[in-house]
Design a protein around this ligand. Structure first.
Ligand SMILES: [Cu+2]
Length: 148
Protein backbone atom coordinates (compact mmCIF):
# COMPACT_ATOMS: atom_id res chain seq x y z
CA UNK A 1 0.00 0.00 0.00
CA UNK A 2 2.66 2.48 0.98
CA UNK A 3 4.77 1.40 -1.95
CA UNK A 4 1.95 2.34 -4.30
CA UNK A 5 1.75 5.83 -2.81
CA UNK A 6 5.48 6.29 -3.18
CA UNK A 7 5.26 5.07 -6.77
CA UNK A 8 2.39 7.47 -7.48
CA UNK A 9 4.40 10.37 -6.07
CA UNK A 10 7.42 9.43 -8.15
CA UNK A 11 5.26 9.32 -11.27
CA UNK A 12 3.64 12.68 -10.48
CA UNK A 13 7.03 14.28 -9.92
CA UNK A 14 8.31 12.74 -13.12
CA UNK A 15 5.35 14.00 -15.17
CA UNK A 16 5.59 17.44 -13.59
CA UNK A 17 9.28 17.52 -14.42
CA UNK A 18 8.58 16.61 -18.01
CA UNK A 19 5.95 19.33 -18.27
CA UNK A 20 8.32 21.91 -16.90
CA UNK A 21 10.96 20.75 -19.33
CA UNK A 22 8.53 20.79 -22.25
CA UNK A 23 7.24 24.18 -21.20
CA UNK A 24 10.72 25.54 -21.06
CA UNK A 25 11.46 24.10 -24.46
CA UNK A 26 8.33 25.50 -26.06
CA UNK A 27 9.11 28.86 -24.52
CA UNK A 28 12.45 28.77 -26.25
CA UNK A 29 10.82 27.82 -29.54
CA UNK A 30 7.94 30.27 -29.34
CA UNK A 31 10.36 32.92 -28.20
CA UNK A 32 11.95 32.74 -31.62
CA UNK A 33 8.56 33.40 -33.17
CA UNK A 34 8.39 36.82 -31.65
CA UNK A 35 11.37 38.74 -32.89
CA UNK A 36 12.11 41.96 -31.16
CA UNK A 37 11.14 44.68 -33.57
CA UNK A 38 14.70 45.68 -34.24
CA UNK A 39 14.34 47.74 -37.35
CA UNK A 40 17.21 49.35 -39.10
CA UNK A 41 15.58 52.35 -40.62
CA UNK A 42 17.10 53.42 -43.87
CA UNK A 43 17.16 57.12 -43.15
CA UNK A 44 18.97 59.62 -45.32
CA UNK A 45 22.31 58.41 -43.97
CA UNK A 46 25.76 59.73 -44.76
CA UNK A 47 25.93 57.56 -47.88
CA UNK A 48 23.86 59.91 -49.99
CA UNK A 49 26.25 62.81 -50.04
CA UNK A 50 24.91 63.90 -53.41
CA UNK A 51 23.52 67.10 -51.94
CA UNK A 52 19.86 66.13 -51.94
CA UNK A 53 19.64 66.88 -48.26
CA UNK A 54 16.21 66.89 -46.74
CA UNK A 55 14.84 64.47 -49.28
CA UNK A 56 15.00 60.78 -48.52
CA UNK A 57 15.12 60.10 -52.25
CA UNK A 58 14.21 56.83 -53.91
CA UNK A 59 17.08 54.91 -52.39
CA UNK A 60 18.22 53.89 -55.85
CA UNK A 61 21.94 53.62 -56.04
CA UNK A 62 22.41 53.83 -52.30
CA UNK A 63 24.24 51.08 -50.50
CA UNK A 64 23.16 50.02 -47.06
CA UNK A 65 25.35 47.77 -44.98
CA UNK A 66 24.08 45.54 -42.20
CA UNK A 67 25.98 43.25 -39.88
CA UNK A 68 23.97 40.09 -39.38
CA UNK A 69 24.53 38.09 -36.22
CA UNK A 70 22.76 35.24 -34.54
CA UNK A 71 21.85 35.56 -30.90
CA UNK A 72 20.41 32.30 -29.50
CA UNK A 73 19.22 31.23 -32.93
CA UNK A 74 17.63 34.59 -33.63
CA UNK A 75 18.96 37.00 -36.19
CA UNK A 76 20.14 40.38 -35.06
CA UNK A 77 18.83 42.53 -36.63
CA UNK A 78 15.68 40.44 -36.97
CA UNK A 79 14.30 42.80 -39.57
CA UNK A 80 16.26 44.48 -42.33
CA UNK A 81 14.27 47.31 -43.85
CA UNK A 82 15.38 49.07 -47.02
CA UNK A 83 13.89 51.11 -49.79
CA UNK A 84 13.39 49.55 -53.17
CA UNK A 85 16.42 49.97 -55.36
CA UNK A 86 18.88 49.98 -52.50
CA UNK A 87 21.97 47.85 -52.79
CA UNK A 88 21.88 45.74 -49.67
CA UNK A 89 25.14 44.54 -48.28
CA UNK A 90 24.81 42.06 -45.45
CA UNK A 91 28.01 41.21 -43.67
CA UNK A 92 27.44 37.96 -41.81
CA UNK A 93 29.18 37.47 -38.51
CA UNK A 94 30.93 34.11 -38.92
CA UNK A 95 31.43 33.82 -35.16
CA UNK A 96 27.73 33.68 -34.34
CA UNK A 97 26.43 32.38 -37.66
CA UNK A 98 27.83 28.96 -36.93
CA UNK A 99 26.50 25.47 -37.23
CA UNK A 100 23.38 25.33 -39.33
CA UNK A 101 23.06 29.12 -39.00
CA UNK A 102 26.02 29.34 -41.35
CA UNK A 103 23.69 29.30 -44.34
CA UNK A 104 21.54 32.40 -44.77
CA UNK A 105 18.57 32.14 -47.11
CA UNK A 106 16.40 34.99 -48.27
CA UNK A 107 13.28 33.60 -49.84
CA UNK A 108 11.99 35.42 -52.88
CA UNK A 109 15.44 36.74 -53.71
CA UNK A 110 16.95 33.34 -54.41
CA UNK A 111 19.70 33.98 -51.91
CA UNK A 112 21.34 31.06 -50.16
CA UNK A 113 24.73 31.97 -48.86
CA UNK A 114 27.18 30.14 -46.67
CA UNK A 115 28.85 32.56 -44.33
CA UNK A 116 32.51 31.88 -43.70
CA UNK A 117 35.22 34.08 -42.31
CA UNK A 118 36.74 34.16 -45.79
CA UNK A 119 33.48 35.09 -47.52
CA UNK A 120 30.78 36.61 -45.37
CA UNK A 121 29.14 39.15 -47.67
CA UNK A 122 25.70 38.90 -49.21
CA UNK A 123 25.11 41.70 -51.66
CA UNK A 124 22.11 42.27 -53.86
CA UNK A 125 19.82 44.97 -55.16
CA UNK A 126 16.49 45.14 -53.38
CA UNK A 127 14.48 45.45 -56.58
CA UNK A 128 11.33 43.65 -55.41
CA UNK A 129 9.07 45.10 -52.78
CA UNK A 130 7.54 43.01 -50.06
CA UNK A 131 8.47 41.05 -46.98
CA UNK A 132 10.86 38.19 -47.53
CA UNK A 133 11.62 35.55 -44.90
CA UNK A 134 15.24 35.14 -43.94
CA UNK A 135 16.41 31.97 -42.23
CA UNK A 136 18.86 29.13 -42.16
CA UNK A 137 18.14 25.94 -44.12
CA UNK A 138 16.00 24.68 -41.26
CA UNK A 139 13.93 27.83 -41.04
CA UNK A 140 15.67 29.07 -37.90
CA UNK A 141 16.72 32.67 -37.54
CA UNK A 142 13.27 34.02 -38.16
CA UNK A 143 14.45 37.12 -39.93
CA UNK A 144 12.79 39.34 -42.45
CA UNK A 145 13.86 41.50 -45.31
CA UNK A 146 11.34 44.29 -45.82
CA UNK A 147 11.61 46.22 -49.05
CA UNK A 148 9.30 49.19 -49.40
CU1 LIG B 1 19.37 25.71 -39.03
Amino acid sequence: MENRIVLAIVIIIGVAGLMVYAGHFSTLVSGSENPAPVVQTPGPGPLSSSGSAGSPGTGTGAVQTFTLKSINGQYDPAVITVKQGTTVRIEGDPKTLSGCMEVVNIQGYGISKQITSADNVIEFTADKTGTFPMSCDMGIGNGKLVVG
